[in-house]
Design a protein around this ligand. Structure first.
Ligand SMILES: Cc1cc2nc3c(=O)[nH]c(=O)nc-3n(C[C@H](O)[C@H](O)[C@H](O)COP(=O)(O)OP(=O)(O)OC[C@H]3O[C@@H](n4cnc5c(N)ncnc54)[C@H](O)[C@@H]3O)c2cc1C
Length: 498
């Protein structure tokens, strides 16, 4: 009889584990607390508008890369994709605009028009981008493989300096004041954003490795789910797992919140590791390292609020991502902003009714602030969401005259929304403490943690807690890695095709 595997959570890691599990002859089923697949890879519809909370960059669209191959194995590709023209654009209150085009000739022209006195630095910026367009670097970065990166660093030690630099530091190399300010905000309007990631995005946009999946994140998730179902897997929705059942230090099944129990030979958890280890397993299987990872996170300031707007306005000629420099700093939900970034989905007609458009403004804020409001006074929490949306609409009105009267739908999602639908510890921000150390250790040595727990047999973690990476591909790869490991334990090679 085939070995049975229960997977908790239909996120990227869980569904990938399911697909490779089915391909390799295991009898798998997924239990998911939400009513749809994808976890963080999600979007939803309101009155004909699609609101996508996830995808900024969908890596792996260029044939020949590891991630492209992965998406094909998982059924996420082939699909309709839209190439995006520019990485990010930045506009000042007086209408000066910098479009950070992927195309290097266009980019150079745009930059020269803004500041000829920065010509030397502009040429250097183009050269820096070109280094990352090397296919081997591009591929190694997108697949997140330390093993692939080591030879690259050995051959090109000069690129190591970019890993230690943020956008704000690199921006100081420009002398033009607008360019200096604009450049530092090219990654999600965050001056602390890592410069190497910016170069990576440029390389991906230029080569076609980054494109937009038509319909947004949920369509990607649904096609992965479909591949899983076609392979004979099954997903049980609205099925919240509360306990992992253990006998003689070996997992034997799960108990759902409705009290029903389900048995299996192996359990793979794709959920927040902290909740899995401390709650579902009662904190019994921990050593010093695991305890460290489970320690509470600090009050991270992270993507905390998304304001979605459906507007009766043609946005098809607007930049895909526009950072608005504010005349005056604005305080929104206890956080002061000097700029905000709007994602404008005019490039994908399927995201809105004909002639209309969808906008998302993503704001970073403190988790504790929203958690406090939510717990103390649900009325105030709702009121604050409404107030945030009104402030954002007022800001947008200054750049898109008349938009205020064109708003047809408003939706605001906070970290509390994530928690309600996905059960994480800090909204979607479900990482182990000391995450970087975690990922390096796993990738390089695989000796200490092994994505399993000390003293517990037949149990594995996949997803953000296993990869410690916030990317669709990395977390999908973790699902494949675990099935490979289970195959190896059984003396089999991993098959990647049915
Ligand atoms: C705002 C935002 C923007 C992002 N942008 C990008 C991007 O542009 N490009 C990119 O590559 N990546 C992006 N990511 C990251 C990417 O979406 C995630 O890394 C990836 O989707 C996480 O996959 P995962 O395997 O960890 O599963 P998760 O998505 O964390 O899914 C876990 C699943 O487990 C379920 N679950 C939890 N508890 C239980 C329980 N008790 N019982 C049953 N089910 C349970 C949840 O409902 C969920 O479906 C973004 C993420 C966010 C939040």
């Amino acid at each position: 009889m085939a070995k049975s595997i229960i997977i908790i959570g239909a996120g990227m890691g869980g569904m990938a584990a399911g697909i490779y599990g089915q391909i390799n002859g295991f009898d798998t089923q997924i239990f998911e607390m939400h009513f749809k697949p994808g976890g963080q890879c999600t979007s939803w519809q309101r009155k004909g508008y699609t609101f996508d909370v996830c995808i900024h960059h969908f890596f792996g669209c260029r044939p020949g890369t590891d991630v492209y191959q992965l998406w094909n194995e998982l059924g996420a590709l082939p699909r309709d994709l839209v190439p995006i023209e520019e990485c990010t654009s930045v506009v000042s209150p007086n209408g000066e605009i910098f479009k950070d085009y992927y195309d290097l000739e266009k980019l150079k022209d745009a930059l020269y028009k803004l500041s000829t006195k920065d010509s030397k630095q502009i040429d250097q910026y183009i050269k820096d981008i070109k280094v990352f367009t090397n296919k081997k670097i591009d591929d190694a970065m997108a697949s997140g493989s330390v093993w692939k990166m080591i030879p690259i660093f050995i051959l090109r030690p000069s690129i190591l300096k970019w890993f230690n630099m943020n956008m704000s530091t690199y921006a100081q190399r420009f002398s033009d004041p607008f360019l200096k300010r604009a450049f530092s905000l090219l990654i999600y309007a965050n001056p602390d954003g890592p410069f190497f990631f910016h170069l990576m995005r440029h390389a991906g946009g230029l080569s076609g490795d980054i494109q937009w999946p038509v319909g947004g994140a949920i369509e990607v998730a649904k096609s992965i789910e479909q591949r899983y179902l076609e392979l004979g897997g099954s997903v049980n929705y609205k099925s919240k797992v509360e306990k992992i059942l253990v006998e003689n230090n070996k997992v034997v099944g799960i108990r759902l919140s409705d009290g029903t129990e389900h048995r299996a030979d192996v359990i793979i958890s794709n959920t927040d590791g902290r909740k899995t280890i401390l709650n579902m397993l009662g904190g019994k299987y921990m050593n010093k390292i695991v305890r460290g990872y489970c320690e509470p996170l600090q009050d991270e300031t992270t993507f905390a609020i998304d304001v979605f707007l459906g507007v009766n306005r043609d946005l098809s000629r607007e930049p895909s991502s526009l950072v608005l420099l504010l005349e005056q700093p604005v305080t929104i939900a206890n956080h002061t902003y000097e700029s905000i970034e709007a994602q404008i989905y005019g490039f994908d007609k399927s995201m809105a009714p004909a002639g209309k458009g969808t906008i998302k403004v993503e704001l970073s804020a403190s988790y504790a602030y929203w958690k406090g409001l939510y717990n103390d006074d649900r009325g105030k929490y709702k009121q604050e969401k409404k107030r945030v949306a009104e402030l954002i609409i007022d800001i947008l009105e200054k750049y898109f005259s008349g938009i205020k009267d064109q708003v047809e739908v408003v939706d605001v999602c906070t970290l509390m929304t994530w928690e309600r639908y996905m059960g994480g510890t800090q909204g979607w921000f479900n990482f182990p403490n000391r995450k970087f150390e975690f990922s390096i250790r796993e990738d390089l040595s695989d000796k200490k943690f092994k994505w399993t727990l000390p003293g517990l047999s037949n149990f594995y973690l996949v997803g953000a807690w296993a990869s410690a990476m916030g990317s669709l591909a990395h977390n999908a790869i973790s699902g494949r890695t675990i099935i490979r490991r289970i195959c190896l334990n059984d003396g089999k090679e991993l098959k990647i095709q049915a």
